[in-house]
Design a protein around this ligand. Structure first.
Ligand code: DX5
Ligand code: ZN
Length: 327
Protein backbone atom coordinates (compact mmCIF):
# COMPACT_ATOMS: atom_id res chain seq x y z
CA UNK A 1 0.00 0.00 0.00
CA UNK A 2 1.28 3.45 -0.84
CA UNK A 3 1.92 6.23 1.65
CA UNK A 4 -0.48 8.68 0.04
CA UNK A 5 -4.19 9.16 0.20
CA UNK A 6 -5.77 7.99 -3.05
CA UNK A 7 -6.26 4.27 -3.66
CA UNK A 8 -6.54 2.42 -6.95
CA UNK A 9 -9.16 -0.29 -7.31
CA UNK A 10 -8.41 -2.28 -10.43
CA UNK A 11 -11.47 -3.23 -12.47
CA UNK A 12 -10.71 -6.54 -14.11
CA UNK A 13 -13.46 -6.10 -16.70
CA UNK A 14 -10.86 -5.43 -19.36
CA UNK A 15 -8.51 -8.19 -18.30
CA UNK A 16 -8.43 -11.52 -20.09
CA UNK A 17 -11.63 -12.98 -18.62
CA UNK A 18 -10.47 -16.50 -19.35
CA UNK A 19 -7.70 -16.10 -16.80
CA UNK A 20 -8.92 -14.00 -13.93
CA UNK A 21 -6.55 -15.61 -11.48
CA UNK A 22 -3.67 -14.23 -13.50
CA UNK A 23 -5.38 -10.82 -13.62
CA UNK A 24 -5.82 -10.46 -9.86
CA UNK A 25 -2.33 -11.73 -9.13
CA UNK A 26 -0.92 -9.29 -11.62
CA UNK A 27 -2.79 -6.40 -10.01
CA UNK A 28 -1.49 -7.42 -6.59
CA UNK A 29 2.07 -7.79 -7.82
CA UNK A 30 1.91 -4.37 -9.44
CA UNK A 31 0.78 -2.54 -6.34
CA UNK A 32 -2.96 -2.15 -6.97
CA UNK A 33 -4.84 -1.53 -3.72
CA UNK A 34 -8.05 -3.43 -4.42
CA UNK A 35 -9.93 -5.48 -6.96
CA UNK A 36 -13.12 -3.89 -8.33
CA UNK A 37 -15.53 -6.55 -9.59
CA UNK A 38 -18.06 -5.46 -12.20
CA UNK A 39 -21.04 -7.77 -12.06
CA UNK A 40 -23.51 -7.32 -14.93
CA UNK A 41 -26.76 -9.16 -15.56
CA UNK A 42 -27.63 -8.12 -19.14
CA UNK A 43 -30.78 -6.44 -17.75
CA UNK A 44 -29.68 -3.44 -15.77
CA UNK A 45 -26.92 -2.94 -18.31
CA UNK A 46 -26.63 -4.35 -21.85
CA UNK A 47 -23.73 -6.61 -21.00
CA UNK A 48 -23.03 -9.78 -19.05
CA UNK A 49 -19.94 -10.57 -17.02
CA UNK A 50 -19.53 -12.87 -14.05
CA UNK A 51 -21.28 -13.52 -10.76
CA UNK A 52 -20.82 -14.59 -7.16
CA UNK A 53 -19.49 -18.00 -8.04
CA UNK A 54 -16.58 -16.59 -10.01
CA UNK A 55 -15.84 -14.14 -7.21
CA UNK A 56 -15.85 -16.96 -4.69
CA UNK A 57 -13.31 -18.90 -6.71
CA UNK A 58 -11.13 -15.82 -7.11
CA UNK A 59 -11.20 -14.99 -3.41
CA UNK A 60 -8.34 -17.24 -2.32
CA UNK A 61 -6.14 -16.13 -5.22
CA UNK A 62 -5.22 -12.74 -3.79
CA UNK A 63 -5.04 -10.93 -0.48
CA UNK A 64 -6.42 -7.70 -1.93
CA UNK A 65 -9.84 -6.48 -0.78
CA UNK A 66 -12.77 -7.12 -3.13
CA UNK A 67 -15.18 -4.30 -4.02
CA UNK A 68 -18.22 -5.71 -5.79
CA UNK A 69 -20.06 -3.32 -8.10
CA UNK A 70 -23.42 -4.92 -8.84
CA UNK A 71 -24.93 -3.61 -12.06
CA UNK A 72 -27.93 -5.89 -11.71
CA UNK A 73 -31.68 -5.46 -11.30
CA UNK A 74 -32.13 -7.81 -8.36
CA UNK A 75 -29.15 -7.74 -6.03
CA UNK A 76 -31.30 -8.70 -3.04
CA UNK A 77 -32.07 -12.09 -4.48
CA UNK A 78 -28.45 -13.18 -4.66
CA UNK A 79 -27.00 -11.15 -1.83
CA UNK A 80 -26.17 -14.10 0.38
CA UNK A 81 -24.04 -15.52 -2.40
CA UNK A 82 -22.06 -12.30 -2.72
CA UNK A 83 -21.54 -12.16 1.01
CA UNK A 84 -20.51 -15.79 1.05
CA UNK A 85 -18.12 -15.15 -1.85
CA UNK A 86 -16.08 -12.91 0.44
CA UNK A 87 -16.75 -9.43 -0.94
CA UNK A 88 -15.41 -6.73 1.39
CA UNK A 89 -17.81 -4.16 0.05
CA UNK A 90 -20.94 -4.39 -2.06
CA UNK A 91 -22.26 -1.47 -4.07
CA UNK A 92 -25.70 -1.49 -5.70
CA UNK A 93 -27.28 0.96 -8.11
CA UNK A 94 -29.74 3.46 -6.71
CA UNK A 95 -31.71 3.33 -9.99
CA UNK A 96 -33.00 -0.24 -9.58
CA UNK A 97 -36.61 -0.87 -8.71
CA UNK A 98 -36.41 -3.32 -5.84
CA UNK A 99 -36.22 -1.85 -2.31
CA UNK A 100 -32.64 -0.88 -1.44
CA UNK A 101 -32.89 -0.51 2.28
CA UNK A 102 -33.16 -4.18 3.30
CA UNK A 103 -30.23 -5.10 1.08
CA UNK A 104 -28.03 -2.29 2.40
CA UNK A 105 -28.88 -3.31 5.96
CA UNK A 106 -28.03 -6.94 5.30
CA UNK A 107 -24.66 -5.97 3.84
CA UNK A 108 -23.83 -3.99 6.95
CA UNK A 109 -25.13 -6.62 9.32
CA UNK A 110 -22.68 -9.00 7.67
CA UNK A 111 -19.89 -6.58 8.60
CA UNK A 112 -19.18 -5.46 5.05
CA UNK A 113 -19.17 -1.96 3.61
CA UNK A 114 -22.37 -0.96 1.79
CA UNK A 115 -22.44 1.37 -1.17
CA UNK A 116 -24.74 2.98 -3.68
CA UNK A 117 -23.67 3.94 -7.19
CA UNK A 118 -25.22 6.68 -9.31
CA UNK A 119 -25.33 6.65 -13.09
CA UNK A 120 -24.19 9.87 -14.82
CA UNK A 121 -27.76 11.13 -15.21
CA UNK A 122 -28.90 10.38 -11.66
CA UNK A 123 -28.67 13.23 -9.17
CA UNK A 124 -26.95 12.68 -5.82
CA UNK A 125 -30.21 13.68 -4.15
CA UNK A 126 -31.45 10.16 -5.00
CA UNK A 127 -29.05 8.85 -2.34
CA UNK A 128 -30.33 11.01 0.49
CA UNK A 129 -33.03 8.63 1.78
CA UNK A 130 -30.33 5.98 2.28
CA UNK A 131 -27.46 8.21 3.36
CA UNK A 132 -27.22 6.81 6.88
CA UNK A 133 -26.88 3.27 5.54
CA UNK A 134 -23.93 4.04 3.30
CA UNK A 135 -20.20 3.55 3.69
CA UNK A 136 -19.52 4.15 0.00
CA UNK A 137 -20.83 6.51 -2.65
CA UNK A 138 -19.80 5.50 -6.14
CA UNK A 139 -19.94 8.25 -8.74
CA UNK A 140 -20.11 6.83 -12.26
CA UNK A 141 -18.34 8.95 -14.82
CA UNK A 142 -19.35 6.73 -17.75
CA UNK A 143 -22.62 4.95 -18.51
CA UNK A 144 -22.31 1.59 -16.78
CA UNK A 145 -21.89 -1.45 -18.97
CA UNK A 146 -18.50 -1.29 -20.63
CA UNK A 147 -14.90 -0.49 -19.93
CA UNK A 148 -12.83 1.84 -22.07
CA UNK A 149 -15.35 4.69 -22.43
CA UNK A 150 -14.37 8.30 -22.09
CA UNK A 151 -14.53 10.18 -18.80
CA UNK A 152 -17.46 12.56 -18.25
CA UNK A 153 -15.74 15.58 -16.78
CA UNK A 154 -18.89 17.58 -16.11
CA UNK A 155 -20.42 14.74 -14.11
CA UNK A 156 -17.25 14.46 -12.06
CA UNK A 157 -17.16 18.19 -11.40
CA UNK A 158 -20.80 18.24 -10.34
CA UNK A 159 -20.84 15.19 -8.06
CA UNK A 160 -17.53 14.05 -6.60
CA UNK A 161 -17.02 16.78 -4.02
CA UNK A 162 -20.68 16.86 -2.91
CA UNK A 163 -20.67 13.05 -2.63
CA UNK A 164 -18.63 13.50 0.56
CA UNK A 165 -21.61 15.31 2.06
CA UNK A 166 -23.80 12.25 1.60
CA UNK A 167 -21.37 10.41 3.90
CA UNK A 168 -21.39 13.14 6.55
CA UNK A 169 -22.73 10.75 9.22
CA UNK A 170 -19.50 8.74 8.93
CA UNK A 171 -16.88 10.56 10.90
CA UNK A 172 -14.28 8.11 9.70
CA UNK A 173 -13.94 5.62 6.90
CA UNK A 174 -16.55 6.81 4.40
CA UNK A 175 -15.36 6.45 0.81
CA UNK A 176 -16.12 8.23 -2.43
CA UNK A 177 -15.37 5.98 -5.40
CA UNK A 178 -15.08 7.27 -8.96
CA UNK A 179 -15.76 4.71 -11.65
CA UNK A 180 -15.31 5.14 -15.38
CA UNK A 181 -12.64 6.63 -17.61
CA UNK A 182 -10.08 7.16 -14.85
CA UNK A 183 -6.52 7.15 -16.21
CA UNK A 184 -3.40 9.30 -16.16
CA UNK A 185 -5.23 12.06 -18.03
CA UNK A 186 -8.06 12.34 -15.50
CA UNK A 187 -6.60 11.16 -12.17
CA UNK A 188 -5.39 14.59 -11.07
CA UNK A 189 -8.81 16.06 -11.71
CA UNK A 190 -10.67 13.47 -9.62
CA UNK A 191 -8.03 13.67 -6.88
CA UNK A 192 -8.57 17.42 -6.77
CA UNK A 193 -12.24 16.72 -6.05
CA UNK A 194 -11.37 14.51 -3.09
CA UNK A 195 -12.10 11.06 -4.51
CA UNK A 196 -10.80 8.34 -2.18
CA UNK A 197 -10.92 5.33 -4.48
CA UNK A 198 -10.15 5.54 -8.18
CA UNK A 199 -11.58 2.64 -10.12
CA UNK A 200 -9.29 2.00 -13.05
CA UNK A 201 -10.01 -0.57 -15.73
CA UNK A 202 -8.81 -0.33 -19.30
CA UNK A 203 -5.88 1.98 -18.48
CA UNK A 204 -4.24 -0.83 -16.51
CA UNK A 205 -4.74 -3.52 -19.08
CA UNK A 206 -3.23 -1.85 -22.12
CA UNK A 207 -1.01 -4.33 -23.90
CA UNK A 208 2.65 -3.66 -23.40
CA UNK A 209 2.08 -1.12 -20.65
CA UNK A 210 3.84 -1.38 -17.29
CA UNK A 211 0.91 -1.83 -14.90
CA UNK A 212 2.89 -1.01 -11.76
CA UNK A 213 4.06 2.29 -13.15
CA UNK A 214 0.51 3.13 -14.21
CA UNK A 215 -0.86 2.44 -10.72
CA UNK A 216 1.83 4.58 -9.07
CA UNK A 217 1.37 7.37 -11.57
CA UNK A 218 -2.40 7.49 -11.17
CA UNK A 219 -2.17 7.51 -7.37
CA UNK A 220 0.51 10.20 -7.39
CA UNK A 221 -1.46 12.40 -9.77
CA UNK A 222 -4.60 12.04 -7.65
CA UNK A 223 -2.66 13.00 -4.52
CA UNK A 224 -1.13 15.95 -6.35
CA UNK A 225 -4.60 17.19 -7.26
CA UNK A 226 -5.79 16.75 -3.69
CA UNK A 227 -2.77 18.54 -2.21
CA UNK A 228 -3.04 21.66 -4.32
CA UNK A 229 -6.79 21.98 -4.75
CA UNK A 230 -8.18 20.84 -1.44
CA UNK A 231 -5.40 20.76 1.12
CA UNK A 232 -3.71 24.18 0.97
CA UNK A 233 -0.62 22.74 -0.68
CA UNK A 234 0.02 20.31 2.16
CA UNK A 235 0.74 16.70 1.21
CA UNK A 236 -2.21 14.42 1.93
CA UNK A 237 -2.18 12.40 5.11
CA UNK A 238 -2.11 8.66 4.51
CA UNK A 239 -5.41 7.15 5.56
CA UNK A 240 -3.79 4.75 8.00
CA UNK A 241 -1.53 7.23 9.79
CA UNK A 242 -2.23 7.67 13.50
CA UNK A 243 -1.38 10.70 15.64
CA UNK A 244 -1.27 11.17 19.40
CA UNK A 245 -4.32 12.89 20.85
CA UNK A 246 -3.26 12.67 24.46
CA UNK A 247 -1.39 10.51 26.99
CA UNK A 248 -2.87 9.38 30.29
CA UNK A 249 -2.46 6.85 33.06
CA UNK A 250 -3.82 3.51 31.94
CA UNK A 251 -7.20 3.49 33.68
CA UNK A 252 -8.06 6.99 32.47
CA UNK A 253 -6.75 6.32 28.97
CA UNK A 254 -9.06 3.34 28.74
CA UNK A 255 -12.05 5.41 29.79
CA UNK A 256 -11.40 8.23 27.32
CA UNK A 257 -10.75 5.71 24.56
CA UNK A 258 -14.26 4.33 25.09
CA UNK A 259 -15.76 7.81 24.89
CA UNK A 260 -14.01 8.64 21.60
CA UNK A 261 -14.81 5.26 20.06
CA UNK A 262 -18.48 5.65 20.95
CA UNK A 263 -18.48 8.42 18.32
CA UNK A 264 -17.35 6.04 15.59
CA UNK A 265 -13.65 6.93 15.57
CA UNK A 266 -11.14 4.13 16.12
CA UNK A 267 -8.50 4.65 18.81
CA UNK A 268 -5.28 2.77 19.47
CA UNK A 269 -3.99 2.73 23.02
CA UNK A 270 -0.23 2.22 23.24
CA UNK A 271 2.23 2.22 26.10
CA UNK A 272 4.29 5.30 25.36
CA UNK A 273 7.76 6.40 26.27
CA UNK A 274 6.14 9.30 28.11
CA UNK A 275 5.66 10.23 31.68
CA UNK A 276 6.39 7.75 34.45
CA UNK A 277 3.62 7.57 37.03
CA UNK A 278 4.04 7.07 40.76
CA UNK A 279 2.73 3.50 40.48
CA UNK A 280 5.68 2.69 38.21
CA UNK A 281 3.63 2.49 34.99
CA UNK A 282 4.13 5.00 32.21
CA UNK A 283 1.31 6.95 30.61
CA UNK A 284 -0.48 5.36 27.65
CA UNK A 285 -0.81 7.21 24.35
CA UNK A 286 -4.22 7.49 22.74
CA UNK A 287 -3.69 7.50 18.98
CA UNK A 288 -6.38 8.55 16.54
CA UNK A 289 -6.41 8.52 12.72
CA UNK A 290 -4.66 11.64 11.44
CA UNK A 291 -7.56 12.20 9.07
CA UNK A 292 -9.94 12.40 12.04
CA UNK A 293 -7.69 14.46 14.31
CA UNK A 294 -9.50 17.74 13.75
CA UNK A 295 -12.83 16.11 14.50
CA UNK A 296 -11.56 14.42 17.66
CA UNK A 297 -10.17 17.73 18.85
CA UNK A 298 -13.43 19.49 18.11
CA UNK A 299 -15.39 16.92 20.08
CA UNK A 300 -13.02 16.07 22.90
CA UNK A 301 -10.70 19.02 23.62
CA UNK A 302 -12.68 19.64 26.81
CA UNK A 303 -12.44 15.98 27.82
CA UNK A 304 -8.72 16.08 27.22
CA UNK A 305 -8.36 18.89 29.77
CA UNK A 306 -10.65 17.19 32.29
CA UNK A 307 -8.75 13.95 32.01
CA UNK A 308 -5.41 15.72 32.39
CA UNK A 309 -6.74 17.22 35.63
CA UNK A 310 -8.01 13.86 36.83
CA UNK A 311 -4.63 12.33 36.03
CA UNK A 312 -2.89 14.97 38.15
CA UNK A 313 -5.33 14.43 41.01
CA UNK A 314 -4.76 10.67 40.81
CA UNK A 315 -0.97 11.14 40.81
CA UNK A 316 -1.31 13.42 43.86
CA UNK A 317 -2.97 10.65 45.85
CA UNK A 318 0.38 8.85 45.83
CA UNK A 319 2.13 11.88 47.26
CA UNK A 320 -0.15 12.09 50.31
CA UNK A 321 1.52 11.13 53.55
CA UNK A 322 0.91 7.56 54.55
CA UNK A 323 -1.05 8.64 57.60
CA UNK A 324 -3.76 10.58 55.79
CA UNK A 325 -4.19 7.70 53.40
CA UNK A 326 -4.78 5.27 56.19
CA UNK A 327 -7.88 7.14 57.45
C1 DX5 B 1 -18.34 0.22 -16.18
C2 DX5 B 1 -17.62 -0.37 -14.99
C3 DX5 B 1 -16.28 0.21 -14.72
C4 DX5 B 1 -15.33 0.09 -15.85
C5 DX5 B 1 -14.10 0.88 -15.61
O1 DX5 B 1 -19.63 -0.27 -16.20
O2 DX5 B 1 -18.40 -0.18 -13.83
O3 DX5 B 1 -15.75 -0.33 -13.52
O4 DX5 B 1 -14.99 -1.23 -16.11
O5 DX5 B 1 -13.30 0.73 -16.73
P1 DX5 B 1 -12.58 1.95 -17.41
O6 DX5 B 1 -11.53 2.42 -16.43
O7 DX5 B 1 -12.03 1.42 -18.64
O8 DX5 B 1 -13.59 3.04 -17.65
ZN1 ZN C 1 -17.47 -0.68 -11.90
Amino acid sequence: MSGGRARVAASILDADLSNLEYAVRRVEKNGGDRIHLDVMDAHFVPNLTFGAKTIKHLRPRTELPFDAHLMVDEPGRFLDEYLDAGCDSITLHVEIEEPLEPTLRRIREAGRAAGLAVKPGTPLAALEPYAELLDIVMVMTVEPGFGGQSFMRDVAREKILPAREVLRHKSFGGEVHVDGGVNRETAEFVGALGADILVVGSALFVKGRDMGREVRLIRALADEGYQFQLNDGRPPIPRDQMVRFTALPQHLARELMGTIEAGGIPVIMLRSDGRMNPDGVRDYDLLVPATAEALVTERHAGDREDYARRADAWRDTFAEPAESRRQ
